[in-house]
Design a protein around this ligand. Sequence first.
Ligand code: ADP
Ligand code: ADP
Ligand code: ZN
Ligand code: ZN
Length: 834
Amino acid sequence: MQQQSTPGFVNVRGAREHNLKNVDLQIPRDALVVFTGISGSGKSSLAFGTLYAEAQRRYLESVSPYARRLFHQMPVPEVDEVDGLPPAVALQQQRGTPTTRSSVGSVSTLSNLLRMLFSRAGDYPAGAPIIHAEGFSPNTPEGACSTCHGMGKIYDATEASMVPDPSLTIRERAVAAWPTAWQGQNYRDILTTLGYDVDKPWKDLPQKLRNWILFTEEQPTVPVYASFTLEEVKAALKRKEEPSYMGTFMGAKKYVMHTFANTQSAMMKKRAAQYMLSTTCPECHGKRLRRESLAVKFAGMDIGEMSAIPLKRLYELMGDRLKLSAAADKKHPEKALVVQRIATDLVARLQVMLELGLGYLSLERSTPTLSPGELQRLRLAVQVRSNLFGVVYVLDEPSAGLHPADTQALLRALDRLKAAGNSLFVVEHDLEVMRYADWIVDVGPLAGEKGGQILYSGKPEGLAKVRDSLTAGYLFHGTDQVHHQPRSASSEWLQLRGITRNNLNQLDADFPLRLFTAVTGVSGSGKSSLVSQALVELVSAHLGTTLPAEEEAPDLAEDKPETLGGRISGGMEHVKRLVLVDQKAIGRTPRSNLATYTGLFDHVRKLFAATPAAKKRKYDAGRFSFNMPKGRCENCNGEGFVMVELLFLPSVYAPCPVCHGSRYNAATLEIKYKDKSIAEILQLTVDDAHVFFQGDDAVHHSLHVLREVGLGYLRLGQPATELSGGEAQRIKLATELQRIGKGNTLYILDEPTTGLHPADVDKLMTQLNLLVDAGNTVIVVEHNMRVLAGSDWIIDIGPGAGEEGGKIVAQGTPADVAKSKHSKTAAFLAKYLS
Ligand code: ADP
Ligand code: ADP
Ligand code: ZN
Ligand code: ZN
C-alpha cells in the first residue's frame, strides 16, 4: 500500500525493525504522540529502533567520522522510507548504572551557574583575591582540596583493614588484601626467600616484620624457589641453585593503593576498596574544596553547603535574593547586576525541576543514586530550558517512578516543549498520559511474533472502536476497574521501629504478613528508603544472609547513606527467606541469557547428554554449554560473534564466520534432540519451546511460568544485554515462581509495573497473588493505582517529598485509604475501585 506524504506528518513506509511487520504509518509533528501496546509488541522498535535511529543516522551522515565515534550509534533501521522526520533527541531510561560519575548539579548545569555566582557576587573575606569560577569546582586543580584531592574523603589501608584475621598464617592468606592466585603465591614465596616464616600465625610475627610486609615502599627483586619450605630455600640459596624465577615484591598497602588508583577493572577496584578505610577529609570536612574557596559565602552559605540543600530551598533562597539584591547592594551596582542575571536564570531552571517533582534532590546528589525515572526527568528539565525548537523528543515511559500527583506536572512540561515548536514521541503505559495524548499509535495485538502490527494510529477517541486492541479496553471499556476483595487482616505483623535513614526520622511501620501490601507516596517521599533500603537490610541482617553483591562499579561508602537507625521488634519468626525482585540487569554479558538464568538450560543440556548419539560419543551435559571449551566454537569462544575494529568508526560486532553465530563447534551441533541441535533450541521462543518440550516436566514447568508472566515472546537464547529492566524483573520473578510452595518467604518488589502495559500488570498481579495464597508475604513499592486497588493493604508515605515527607499519612485497606482526607493518593485511587 503506497501512502501519500502529508505535510505536517512523519511518514513511515515498510518498517521491519525486530518484530515490526513491514508497517506503514503517519504521525503528526508538533504533537504529543503516545505509543502504546503490551510489553514486547514493538513500541520501542518503532519509536527508538526506527524513528530515532533514522533521525540519528541522517544526522551522523552530516558529521565527520571522528565526531561520529563519539556517539553511541544505533544500528541502521530496517525501514524502506521515512520522510518529514525532524532531528531527534532521545531521552531513554538508562537501565543499570550510568558509567560516568556525575551529579544533579553537573547534569543540570546548575553547578556552573552557582560557581559563577560565587566567583563574581560572593562575599569574600576582607582582602581576599577574587577566585575564578573554576576555583569553586572540586574537579579542577584550582578548586580541589589539596588534602583529599577533591574527593571529600581520604582513603587509607591499615593493618586491621588488610589483615582481617590475624590468627591465620601468611600461607593461609592472612594478608587478605594481596592478590589471589599466582601473584599472591609469588609474594609468599618471595617472603620465604627473604627469611620470613610463612607458616606462623600473623599475630605471632614481630610487629616490625609485619609493618615491613604491609607498609614498605621497597620493592626488592629476589630469587624465588617456587613452593620450597623455608629450610629448603635456605639450602638452595647456599648452594647458589638456579631459582624458578626472579620475583619482585610489593608491600600490601602499596599494592592496594596502586590497584585502586590505576586498575581499569571495576572488580579489581572493588576488591581493593574492600581493604581500605575511608574517613571524611579533616581539611574540608567532605566539602571537597580548598579552604580559600570555602571562605567565600553567598546568602551566608559556602558553595558546599548550598549544594547540599534541597533544590526547593535553593529556589526559595534565590527568589528571596532577587527581591533583595537591587535594594541591598546599592554600594556595588555591578555585583547587584550579576546577582540579578544569574539568580534569574537559576530560578527559571530550578522552577522546571520543581515542576517535574525533583525539588527534594540536592545539587551534590550523585546520579548513580537516582532512579532511572528521576534521571530521565532531570534530563527532560534541561531540555525544557534549552530553547531548542523543531526537534522531536523521543521518550521512554517518562511517568516511571511518578505518583499520579506528579504526572500532572510532567504533562505540563511536555506541553511546554510542544508549545515551543517541538514534537513528542512517547512510549507510555500510564492511562492518564494516554488520555492526554493528541495522537495514539497502538502496536500489537500481542508480543513478539504475534505483535508488530499497527492496530491504530489516530486521535485517541478513535481507538475505542478497535477490536483487537488491548489498550482500548482499558481506556474506554472499563477493563481498568479493579475488583479485589482484600484478604482479611492478618494477626501477624512485621514491626519496624525507629527507622532513621535519608528523610525518615524515627519512623515506626508495620507490615502485615501473608498479605499483599503496596507502599505508595509521591516521588521522593521515602518509600524506597523504607522498603528497599531499611526493611531489606534489617530483614537480611536478621536472617543472617548477605544480599547478593552488587555488580556495579565500586563507590566505596560514598553513596551509601551513612546512618541506618532502627530495628525489627516483631514478626521475624514468620519470615524464613527474603527475595528481592528488582529491575537490575540479570547479567552484563551476552553469556548470560534467559535459559541460563532461569536454570532451565541445565535441564535441556541433560536431555541432550542423554540422547543415544551423545552417549555413544561420551558427551556429557557440559559439552552442550557455550561457556565451556569442550563444546563451544573455538574461533569466537562461544560468543557467536567477533569484534571488528574499524579505523574511524566504532568497533562493530559481526557474526562469527566459523560457527555463523551458533556458538557451538560442528561436532556438538551434530547431536540432535527431537530433530533440533542445541543451537536451534536457543533460537526458540518460550512459546514455541513450551510446545516442543511437552512431556519433559522440569523444562515444561519453567516455560509455563515464563509464559504466565508474559514473556512467551522472548527467545531462550536472548542475551541478558538485550533485555529491558522490566523483562529482567519478570525473569527473576518467574525463576522464583518455579520454586514456590514453601511459604514464609518475604518478596519485595520496587515498582514492578515499570515498562508494563495494564494488561501485563494484570498478569503480574495474578502471579503475585499466587505467592500470597501460598502463604508468602508480598510488599511492593508502587504508584500504579490499579496495583494499589488490587492490594490487601496500603501504606501511604508523605505528605510531600524529601523534608516534607517521611511520615505515614494513611494506611489500611484500599477502601479505607481512598477515604483518607490527608492522602494525596486517595482521590486517584478512588477512580479505580469499583
Ligand atoms: P515494546 O517496546 O513494545 O515492549 P520492543 O520493541 O522492545 O517491544 O520489542 C519487540 C520485539 O522485538 C520483541 O519480540 C523483542 O524481544 C524484540 N527485540 C527487542 N530488542 C531486540 C534486539 N536488540 N534484538 C533482537 N530482538 C529484539
Ligand atoms: P521514594 O522512593 O518515595 O521516591 P526515596 O526513599 O528514594 O523516595 O527518597 C526519600 C528522600 O531521601 C529524598 O529526599 C531523597 O533525595 C533522599 N535519598 C534517597 N536515596 C538517597 C541516597 N542514596 N543518598 C542521599 N539521599 C537519598
Ligand atoms: Zn578535603
Ligand atoms: Zn564462533
